[in-house]
Design a protein around this ligand. Structure first.
Ligand code: ADP
Ligand code: ADP
Length: 232
């Protein structure tokens, strides 16, 4: 099954002389249970592609489907609901709430949605992320790497169908990064989750089932990784 699909997706910023074509007729499938890395030079459109497919950004033309749902047919409220039900996000800036503890930040999206976490799964996520003794600290009492791990745990906690990550291991040392990527890969295998990750790091990309390369707003290459074990 196709978890997310973009068809002839274009995104233009600005108008007239200052116009920038960030995406130029991109067509791509993200299949269920597949871990995809998006690579390419700075400014090639990686973040824009991810934001448009995740329903965070509007686009200029083309279409995006999440599952069977065409995003352009949704009202804002329905789009918010769809993101809440199906999608987990890991951003470069962690977006943690400073007044909440690590654990409260992790369960916040589910609290808002009125859903109970699967306790066993939540325990696994927290153990894997190595945060057991930091759960009741506020973000300011955590290192950058620890904050990023909280953000990763928050995205995984509700077992979303699709996880979008923008440099999800960019602030982690290589060991913590390897643990997070290994966990993401396993949860793809075990839960049939779909992961789409923007990264500059070839080591991080080696955990993905396939890598797509962008340049100037177009997909210029695609590589399958038959082993996808990561190099660490
Ligand atoms: P990447 O993630 O590969 O670095 P981006 O998707 O951030 O690329 O950007 C693609 C192009 O769109 C770049 O030329 C960038 O400067 C431009 N761009 C991105 N966001 C905006 C914006 N909000 N306004 C104007 N131009 C933008
Ligand atoms: P990334 O590291 O993901 O490529 P950038 O540093 O390019 O991110 O962009 C950070 C933010 O600034 C993004 O929200 C992007 O949309 C916005 N942005 C990028 N390029 C421009 C631009 N030329 N004009 C306005 N906003 C931009």
């Amino acid at each position: 099954a196709v978890a997310a699909h973009a068809s002839a997706l274009s995104k233009v910023y600005g108008q007239g002389e200052t116009q920038v074509v960030a995406l130029d007729q991109v067509t791509v499938d993200f299949r269920q249970g597949q871990f995809t890395a998006i690579m390419g030079p700075s400014g090639s459109g990686k973040s824009t592609l991810m934001h448009c497919v995740a329903g965070l950004d509007s686009f200029s033309s083309g279409s995006v489907r999440i599952g069977d749902t065409e995003l352009s047919t949704l009202k804002d409220k329905q789009l918010t609901q769809l993101r809440r039900d199906k999608i987990g996000f890991i951003f470069q800036a962690f977006n943690l709430l400073p007044t909440l503890t690590a654990l409260e930040n992790i369960t916040l999206p589910m609290d808002i949605a009125g859903r109970k976490p699967d306790k066993q799964w939540l325990d696994n996520v927290i153990t894997m992320i190595g945060l057991k003794d930091r759960l009741h600290h506020r973000p300011t009492a955590l290192s950058g790497g620890q904050q990023q791990r909280v953000a990763v745990a928050r995205a995984l906690a509700s077992q979303p169908e699709i996880i979008f990550g923008d440099e999800p291991t960019g602030n982690l040392d290589s060991r913590a990064g390897a643990e997070v990527l290994g966990f993401m890969r396993n949860s793809v295998r075990e839960l049939g989750q779909t992961v789409v990750m923007v990264t500059h790091d070839p080591v991080a990309a080696s955990y993905a089932d396939r890598v797509i390369f962008l340049a100037d707003g177009r997909i210029v290459d695609e590589m399958q990784n038959p082993t996808a074990e990561g190099v660490l």
